[in-house]
Design a protein around this ligand. Structure first.
Ligand code: ADP
Ligand code: MG
Length: 250
């Protein structure tokens, strides 16, 4: 749904919408069990939960990397659960960005070439103004000609954030994006993600086990046993920690 349509109908655009999604792996493990959720455009959502609760499976299905066993998944209004693999890959390339714990930058390429690589692979011309806005915003303008190894971990992850946003995707999925960073760099990256959402209307879904990281989001979901069992708006680290501890004591 376009923003214009959302405005006229008085509804917010949904970057992601899952309805009754289930995922059972070969061997019978039910990793997702009737998950329904929406992510509004221009919001920052954190997904938390114990190891094995289904966070990665949720992210992979919601991002079109894997297909659910049943249920509906829409990215930017497009139903992806019925697409074949080729069409799903196309939609993902156009509308989804990724940030991983390991920055996954290509060592032999400059920062700038790393940032524009996914666009060029998709046969699209980079939007120079947008890339300039992003690189200024993350403080990498004077590092564009450098190789990744010449950057700190925090700078490399900020380059990965720019790469994820270069195509102006409907949503960016970040899987433990600060897992490899020291505290200070982690805070910078999280503040940055929040600012890109608040100021540039980007949409971020972040999987993390760290309550302090999740506290940067507008909203946090807590998963357990393949279900969403809790949701907190304007989450704080202490409140999230409390909910996670309570889960362990069930
Ligand atoms: P989390 O990311 O929260 O740790 P996952 O989504 O990775 O959880 O896993 C949820 C459940 O699905 C776990 O029981 C896990 O062992 C199982 N699982 C994950 N991936 C696979 C797979 N490819 N094949 C079979 N089982 C899997
Ligand atoms: Mg995981």
């Amino acid at each position: 749904m376009s923003t214009a349509v959302a405005a006229t109908t008085g509804r917010k655009a949904q970057a992601i919408a899952l309805a009754h999604v289930a995922k059972t792996y070969d061997g019978g493990i039910r990793a997702l069990d009737d998950v329904s959720l929406t992510v509004e455009s221009g919001t920052f959502l954190a997904v938390m939960g114990p190891s094995g609760s289904g966070k990665s499976t949720l992210m992979h299905c919601a991002a079109g990397l894997d297909s659910p066993t049943s249920g509906s998944i829409r990215i930017d209004g497009h139903e992806i659960s019925k697409l074949n693999e080729t069409r799903r890959t196309e939609l993902r390339r156009e509308r989804v960005g990724f940030v991983f714990q390991a920055y996954n930058l290509i060592p032999s390429l400059s920062v700038e070439d790393n940032i524009t690589l996914p666009l060029r692979l998709a046969g699209r011309r980079p939007d120079r103004d947008w890339l300039r806005t992003l690189t200024e915003r993350v403080g990498l303008t004077d590092r564009l000609a450098h190789r990744p190894a010449e950057l700190s971990g925090g700078q490399q992850q900020r380059a990965a954030v720019v790469r994820a946003l270069a195509a102006q995707p409907a949503v960016v999925f970040a899987d433990e994006p600060t897992g490899a960073l020291d505290l200070r760099s982690a805070h910078q990256v999280l503040d940055l993600l929040r600012a890109l959402v608040d100021d540039l209307r980007q949409t971020v879904v972040m999987v993390t086990h760290d309550p302090a990281a999740a506290a940067h989001a507008h909203r946090a979901l807590v998963m357990a046993d393949g279900r969403v069992v809790d949701a907190l708006d304007q989450p704080t680290a202490p409140r999230l920690a409390e909910r996670l501890v309570a889960l362990g004591e069930r």
